[in-house]
Ligand binder design. Structure first.
Ligand SMILES: CC(=O)SCCNC(=O)CCNC(=O)[C@H](O)C(C)(C)COP(=O)(O)OP(=O)(O)OC[C@H]1O[C@@H](n2cnc3c(N)ncnc32)[C@H](O)[C@@H]1OP(=O)(O)O
Ligand SMILES: CC(C)C(=O)C(=O)O
Length: 651
């Protein structure tokens, strides 16, 4: 039978509690609760293969290390594994720290309470936990008991438990605490719960120093979390001797609201929360202690639990439960700090850039779009924050290049390269790994090897002959405002060419020299930045050129220790892309035979040199000169000197 058209006959609407003067909505959570991990009991009892003693032992040690002070370690009457595991904890010196309470669970059945208490004999701090369902459904269906009988059973078992523990002189070495759970609390009559708990309280006899724990389980989550909060507030306000009571929560996640329920119910007055790491437990699980703790942390409240190494925690949990932590599990899931989509990546990247610009330290106020928690705080790196697939944009791609190659791409290059990446992700139909994106970039901009152009030799000199400003009488001419002459040997498609050109600086003079070979493009944008620091510093140069063949511009990238050389490499990188962008590429280059003399003494091929005897260009094609001018000024200091025999395509 598929879903019913009208489910109202089959499923009853939950009747909320009438508590008009509720206070919890205007409360906030200002401190962590007492935590109880029930991974080794409620978590364990719901596994396909419950943990063996050794797995429980490892898990217990992890819980202690994380900072849990109350740990429900077993259901000792269930199995030898649980009983002897509990004994092992008690008997192994140094395993249970003095401030850690061992908690064990038993139903209200005297024959099961006895071995349960025995399992803890000799423990330093022990919590005996009994449960009995109080809801009409359970009374009717499971126990065939009325209210009076249920209450009597709870009281009888509490008294029995007391006689075996705090009232037994042979147990004096143990500090005993007692927890009672009116199981199915959230589906019970709140007044009956109060009645049972008052009776149990009286039977146990708590003190302010050693309060009784009343654990109020949403054994099955049946309503919206605000209703659970109402129920908890009602209990907290109406139970007597509140100061002798620790109100505990035990939310299950049937409706997917366990975390919200636990939070609202703390606002309603609860002191303690029982749950499991990543929410393992019956059916849809217990409330997730990781989420609760890190929700507090991201509100600036330390939860007293240390998730600095969340990956190790996940490993232990997954190995022990054989249940993978969901990739989207809050905080811990593998994908929760990964952005694939362009606008998320762009915002995250800008967030990190701003943080860097402001010189923010690790501890400074965290304000990164889309990331509520600094992944480093839970032992994760920033590596996986941005991942690139067909949904990604330029920002994400630029982030990867920044992190892999330390290159801060100018916006135009980001756009150009992201198109290349987009084509690749579309073609492959999958995510591209950072190493693949890096390789794509290195190839696209010829960082390892320029396939067509190699600068073999060059010099750049101040060109006095073409200077418009003659020196003042009696003064030597300053080189500051002089034009530059590039003179060198460029290998193109395996053949060497001597070329010369004059321009406002290194880039324009090489650009003009290339024009003599038919490589006719204009530099329209230029950016450079340093990579690294100190002795190992390099210059990264990005040059954008317009071509007569298409609207699209070509980009070149050059990296070198020498800032001028980085620019020249970048220009040749663009030149290579320029050739590839041409509709047809007849080889326009005439080879020259290279002799062994120095570059300046070699004759340039007349056909390839537009420079007359005075060294002047017939026309100045410097449409881009204003853009490169500021660069030229910056690099003029580097332009003297020959660089013989160098190969400058190295990254
Ligand atoms: C909500 C929770 O998670 S509660 C914790 C649940 N955890 C577990 O049950 C794990 C460990 N359990 C076990 O190993 C076994 O169930 C045991 C050892 C507790 C009991 O085993 P058995 O004696 O074979 O009984 P069984 O498992 O069928 O339990 C059902 C019996 O317990 C009774 N019972 C159930 N809950 C309680 C309770 N809180 N107090 C008293 N009796 C209870 C049932 O009414 C039923 O009694 P009946 O046989 O007279 O009808
Ligand atoms: C024993 C109780 C606390 C329980 O596990 C539940 O009600 O879910």
């Amino acid at each position: 039978m598929p879903m019913l058209k009208d489910p109202s006959k089959k499923y009853k609407k939950f009747q909320p509690l009438d508590i008009p003067n509720r206070q919890w909505p205007s409360k906030t959570i200002d401190k962590p609760p007492r935590w109880l991990s029930t991974d080794l009991r409620d978590g364990n009892q719901s596994l396909v293969d419950p943990m063996d003693g050794e797995q429980k032992f490892q898990y217990f040690q992890m819980l202690v290390q994380l900072g849990y002070k109350e740990i429900e370690v077993s259901f000792p009457s269930a199995s030898d594994t649980d009983f002897y595991f509990t004994r092992r904890l008690v008997e192994t010196p140094g395993i249970v720290p003095d401030d850690v309470w061992l908690q064990v669970l038993s139903p209200c059945r005297p024959e099961l309470i006895l071995p349960t208490v025995k399992s803890l004999k000799g423990a330093k701090k022990a919590i005996l936990h009994l449960y009995l369902a109080t809801s009409p459904c359970f009374q009717k269906t499971v126990f065939n008991m009325n209210n009076g009988q249920s209450k009597a059973k709870a009281v009888e078992c509490t008294k029995y438990a007391r006689s075996l523990t705090k009232d037994d002189p042979s147990q004096a070495g143990t500090e005993w605490a007692f927890e009672f759970s009116p199981e199915t609390f959230s589906d019970s009559d709140p007044n009956f719960v109060l009645e049972v708990c008052e009776a149990v309280k009286e039977a146990w006899g708590p003190t302010e120093e050693n309060p009784i724990i009343f654990n109020l389980p949403a054994t099955v989550e049946m309503s919206t979390p605000n209703v659970y909060a109402d129920q908890v507030e009602f209990f907290c306000r109406n139970i007597s001797e509140r100061e002798k009571i620790c109100v505990s929560l035990h939310p299950h996640n049937d409706r997917g609201c366990a975390v919200a329920a636990a939070e609202l119910a703390q606002m309603a007055g609860a002191d303690r929360v029982e749950g499991t790491l990543f929410g393992n437990g019956e059916r849809t699980g217990n409330v997730d202690l990781v989420t609760l703790a890190l929700n507090l942390y991201t509100q600036g409240i330390h939860p007293n639990i240390d998730f600095s190494d969340i990956t190790s925690v996940i490993n232990v949990v997954e190995k022990s439960t054989k249940i993978p932590v969901h990739a989207r599990a809050p905080y811990g899931g593998q994908l929760v700090v990964c952005a694939f989509s362009g606008s998320h990546q762009d915002a995250i990247k800008k967030g990190f850039q701003r943080r860097k610009l402001e010189g923010a330290k690790d501890n400074d106020r965290w304000e990164i779009p889309y990331l509520p928690l600094d992944p480093q705080d839970i032992g994760r790196t920033y590596e996986a924050i941005i991942r690139v697939n067909s949904q990604s944009g330029k920002g994400g791609v630029a982030w990867i290049i920044q992190r892999t190659l330390d290159l801060d791409l100018p916006r135009g290059l980001q756009i150009a390269f992201s198109k290349i990446v987009q084509r690749q992700t579309d073609m492959l139909g999958r995510e591209l790994l950072p190493v693949e994106i890096e390789k794509l970039f290195v190839e696209a901009y010829h960082l390892k090897k320029n396939p067509r152009f190699n600068l073999l030799d060059y010099e750049i000199q101040a060109d006095r002959s073409s200077s418009p400003a003659p020196p003042e009488p009696g003064k030597t001419q300053s080189t500051r405002n002089l034009k530059r002459r590039f003179h060198g040997v460029v290998e193109i498609d395996g053949m060497e060419h001597q070329i010369s050109g004059i321009g406002n600086g290194a880039i324009s003079s090489l650009s003009n020299a290339l024009k003599t070979l038919g490589v006719d493009f204009d530099v329209v944008d230029y950016k450079e930045h340093a990579i690294g620091e100190g002795k190992n510093v390099k210059a990264a140069t990005f040059i954008e050129c317009s071509t007569p063949f298409s609207e699209d511009k070509v980009w070149g990238v050059g990296i070198h220790e020498d800032v001028v050389q980085a620019s020249l490499i970048a220009l040749l990188s663009a030149a290579s892309s320029f050739l590839s962008s041409r509709p047809s590429t007849p080889n326009p280059f005439r080879p020259i035979k290279r002799n062994s003399s120095d570059v300046p003494s070699r004759e340039l091929s007349p056909a390839s040199s537009p420079i007359d005897e005075k060294g002047e260009l017939p026309s100045e094609p410097d449409a881009h000169s204003h853009i490169v001018d500021h660069l030229e000024k910056a690099v003029n200091g580097f332009t003297n000197g020959m660089r013989n025999g160098i190969t400058v395509n190295g990254y």
